[in-house]
Design a protein around this ligand. Structure first.
Ligand code: HEM
Length: 420
């Protein structure tokens, strides 16, 4: 038996820019020192094996979410980001979280996500009309920028917010998404963004209360949050935080997955072509894409000392789970380096993109639905995509992904009306 602190572990260079571009060789080095553990100097320990992540991450009885403690760790107490991070959904005391989650969960089912599909379809069509007009020949765009409009446009529609605010809020969400890379230089911009997103959420609620939807109208996400809040005694402060959280949680997660999927499929035209033709196949491609790449490295603190595979984890040790690279772990996934949407997935080998346990992603069905809708139409409208420059990379921990994906594509032809 050994304690965590006594182990000789590989120090992951999470702060190095090269990690963002290609993290896998570093994990290979970590694996050669210890099969499932490494460290992030100055912060904590890294669980880098799929099986260990799967067996440990969902252990809510032994681990606690880090967000409240991270604020102190980064010296951000008393700031707008600090306040929000300490009080948001994942940081709530377990009983309060359970109540709120239970109230919301019945509204975030696959069926509810399916009801939102027509709106998602319309949103992606109108974005493509702007970014890939039919009949416009060969075009060059930054696909990441295009993709960044999609989840936020969907979220705006879900809360009935005016689309004019998108550009400003998009930049704010982009900045806020970098908070968990722990780079203190970024915090002034992050604080600015939080203040604006908070004001935006408060305005959305005030506007809806002033002009409620008719009783027989289909509820959007804002109606659901306001009603669920009223039925469960949720304060206005918590309601604002919830809406902020939905924006933050749903933005660069979905955007980064869509962008990385395009990056991957540029070199797999066989799969891309099929996505244009076969709507159902897009669902499989998105599931495989979530194994292949996802943006999250999530952290936890040890709340109760425990022993796992002969290693004792002391109370208050900080642990990082790079879910992002878990799907290509060579120990579990023999063919992990092949992108294969038709692969058979055993129940204990499912991807961990949406995490596990009591904080498992509430928006997962919305995320899946919007990614599938987007991929199908993108593949129809952006034909023969090619890289038109080198992609840039966001820092590895936090919301990791591509920062700038220059591509060129042939716009789809004009639709010729059927003869009468
Ligand atoms: C591909 C897209 C997405 C990915 C990869 C993703 C990933 C995650 C992960 C890993 C967590 C767990 C965090 C933790 O335990 O510390 C989480 C939680 C959460 N996500 Fe997502 N997410 C995505 C999209 C969304 C969307 C679109 C929404 C909102 C509509 C959303 C709402 C939430 C919420 C509310 C939680 C917290 C649940 C709770 O504490 O009970 N996510 N997500």
């Amino acid at each position: 038996m050994q304690t965590l602190n006594a182990l000789d572990l590989y120090a992951m260079p999470f702060d190095a820019a090269a990690m963002g571009e290609d993290p896998w060789p570093e994990f290979e080095k970590a694996r050669s020192v210890h099969p499932w553990l490494a460290k992030w100097e100055g912060h904590g320990f890294v669980i880098h094996e799929y099986r260990a992540m799967r067996e440990l991450f969902g252990r809510d009885d032994m681990l606690r979410p880090p967000y409240a403690d991270v604020v102190g760790h980064l010296g951000q107490e008393g700031t707008p980001w600090g306040r929000f991070t300490q009080e948001q959904l994942i940081s709530l005391p377990p009983e309060q979280h359970k109540l709120l989650r239970h109230a919301l969960a019945s509204r975030f089912t696959p069926r509810n996500a399916n009801e939102l599909r027509p709106m998602m379809r319309e949103t992606v069509t109108s974005l493509l009309d702007e970014w890939a007009p039919r009949g416009s020949g060969r075009q060059s765009i930054d696909f990441e920028e295009f993709a960044s409009h999609f989840p936020i446009s969907v979220m705006f529609t879900l809360v009935g917010a005016p689309q004019e605010g998108i550009r400003l809020l998009r930049d704010d969400l982009e900045a806020i998404g970098l908070a968990h890379s722990y780079n203190l230089d970024l915090f002034p911009r992050i604080q600015e963004g939080i203040v604006r997103v908070e004001q935006f959420a408060a305005d959305c609620i005030a506007e809806r209360r002033a002009h409620p939807h008719a009783n027989d109208a289909v509820e959007d996400v804002l109606d659901i949050l306001i009603r669920t809040g009223a039925e469960n005694g949720v304060s206005d402060r918590q309601l604002i935080d919830l809406i902020m959280f939905f924006f933050i949680a749903g933005y660069d997660t979905s955007k980064n997955v869509l962008t990385y999927t395009m990056y991957t499929l540029i070199s797999r035209p066989d799969i891309y072509e099929r996505c244009a033709e076969d709507y159902d196949y897009c669902r499989k491609v998105i599931e495989e894409a979530l194994r292949w790449f996802n943006p999250s490295t999530v952290a936890r603190y040890v709340d109760t000392e425990f022993t796992y595979r002969d290693v004792t984890f002391p109370k208050d040790a900080m642990l990082f789970f790079p879910l992002s690279i878990s799907g290509r772990d060579p120990v579990t996934f023999e063919e992990g380096w092949t992108f294969d949407p038709d692969r058979t997935v055993a129940p204990d080998e499912r991807h961990l993109a949406f995490a596990l346990g009591r904080h498992m992603c509430l928006g997962q069905y919305i995320a899946r639905a919007q990614l599938q809708e987007a991929l199908h139409q993108v593949a129809q409208r952006m034909r023969d995509p090619q890289l038109a420059g080198q992609p840039g990379w966001r820092p590895f921990p936090g919301a990791w992904g591509i920062k700038g994906l220059p591509i060129s594509f042939a716009a789809a032809r004009e639709v010729t009306p059927e003869p009468a």
